[in-house]
Design a protein around this ligand. Structure first.
Ligand SMILES: Cc1cc2nc3c(=O)[nH]c(=O)nc-3n(C[C@H](O)[C@H](O)[C@H](O)COP(=O)(O)O)c2cc1C
Length: 181
């Protein structure tokens, strides 16, 4: 079974993006093995300590290296990626460069209408940079922008319940599994 490390771009306890990760973990339990990583404990990237980084960084590096693929599930902050996510990616882009050739799927949830489009466009540019060179699932037909989160997530269960969105994600996940094999 494909082992997938998940990076969430929000630290918020009630994060819709985290709720999406939990939804995927449960929905595809027989297809993929999702592990949600911790980026909250990472310090700010500091080139002076990159050769011997703190334990939290080492742990993230090991997890990403060991994973067959990575999901990045993120909100949009000020038309781009949240700083906490960029910081995590900066750590991952150095020394071992664990994202090179790693199959990556991006997705995002917003309460507004745009569904994180701008953040994910920036994210794709970042993921193409020399220290990263992730192997992105080609976006055409596979762009997961979830808008109007308040209407699509169940407040009680904290899970994505919108049927057409879930069926669309089902198709993208099937393609991603083939792509990442
Ligand atoms: C600092 C900040 C900047 C934001 N900028 C945007 C934005 O550019 N576009 C957008 O659609 N939503 C923006 N939002 C609203 C987020 O989409 C919303 O807070 C969302 O719920 C965050 O994701 P989460 O639920 O996973 O924490 C912003 C929120 C914050 C806190």
């Amino acid at each position: 079974m494909l082992k997938i490390a998940v990076i969430i771009g929000s630290l918020r306890q009630g994060s819709y993006n985290l709720q999406l990760a939990h939804t995927l973990k449960e929905r595809y339990i027989n297809k993929i093995d999702l592990e949600i990583t911790d980026i909250r404990s990472l310090p700010f990237f500091d080139q002076d300590i990159e050769l011997n980084p703190p334990q939290s960084v080492k742990e993230l590096l090991v997890k990403i290296k060991a994973a067959d693929a990575v999901f990045i599930i993120t909100p949009e902050y000020n038309w781009s990626v949240p700083g906490v996510l960029k910081n995590a990616i900066d750590w991952l882009s150095r020394v071992d460069k664990v994202l090179i050739d790693k199959p990556v799927l991006t997705m995002g949830v917003s309460p507004g209408m745009m569904g994180t489009i701008r953040a994910q466009l920036h994210l794709r540019e970042i993921l193409a940079s020399p220290g990263i060179q992730a192997k992105l699932l080609p976006p055409a037909g596979n762009e997961i922008y979830i808008s109007s989160a308040g209407l699509k997530f169940d407040e009680t269960t904290s899970r994505l319940v919108d049927d057409s969105t879930l069926r669309f994600i089902d198709r993208v996940i099937e393609k991603f599994i083939e792509f990442a094999k």
